[in-house]
Design a binder for this molecule. Structure first.
Ligand SMILES: [Fe+2]
Length: 218
């Protein structure tokens, strides 16, 4: 009946996963664990389900300099992939998360940034998922059963995380981490990426008026 059927993926959402080589993430994660342990000891008591988090500026500390270079390299790759035109970007926040048994992170987004991501320092085998929600509310109006999972139907994606993996995604993409079922702590470092001098370099109109005098931006 038809000569062909073509399916276009319109408005796809990128999720980048970058894995360091074991010989790189082994010593790096050991170093990061030592730094995170040192800066979070002694730990204050938390309630069941809660997570310890450090101050969100650990990217300024020497112990995290190597990770910062890795994060910056990954972010540049993602921006290149998107073919974004920009002058420079910066890590606006970076913090460590320690999920004890039962610890979780409820669904959230990272407002006022372009990209967000997490690097995984210690992932127990039975706490190795992050879950992303479909950001299109209309898509959940009908969710018919399917014969097999496919990326065109469904309201969430559970993505595998592991030691030495860095994930990057749009900061607006809702995500959460299920409760850690392991006695071993799940340790990660999360971060946000935003364009430097955003209002000066990227917010201004790209067009000029067709009536009235020419007015230079203030
Ligand atoms: Fe997050």
């Amino acid at each position: 009946m038809f000569e062909s059927m073509k399916v276009s993926e319109i408005f796809p959402t990128p999720l980048w996963a970058l894995d360091l080589k074991p010989e790189v993430h082994g010593p790096l994660n050991a170093k990061l664990m030592r730094a995170i342990e040192a800066m979070t000891s002694p730990r204050p008591p938390i309630r069941v389900g809660e997570t310890w988090q450090t101050d969100p500026y650990i990217h300024t500390l020497p112990d995290f300099a190597e990770l910062v270079q890795i994060i910056r390299g990954a972010a540049k790759g993602a921006l290149d992939f998107l073919q974004v035109e920009y002058e420079s970007f910066e890590i606006t926040g970076c913090w460590a998360n320690i999920n004890p048994r039962g610890g979780l992170n409820t669904r959230h987004t990272h407002p006022n940034n372009f990209l967000s991501g997490t690097y995984y320092v210690q992932v127990p085998p039975d706490a190795n998922r992050i879950v992303f929600d479909d950001p299109r509310p209309q898509a959940m109006t009908l969710l018919p059963r399917v014969k097999a999972y496919n990326k065109f139907i469904g309201n969430e994606v559970s993505f595998e995380i592991k030691d030495g993996r860095l994930i990057l995604f749009p900061a607006w993409l809702p995500h959460g981490v299920p409760a850690n079922q392991s006695e071993r702590e799940r340790v990660s470092v999360s971060f946000n990426i935003m364009f430097s001098a955003f209002t000066e370099t990227m917010s201004r109109p790209l067009w000029r008026g067709t009536a009235g005098p020419r007015v230079e931006p203030g």
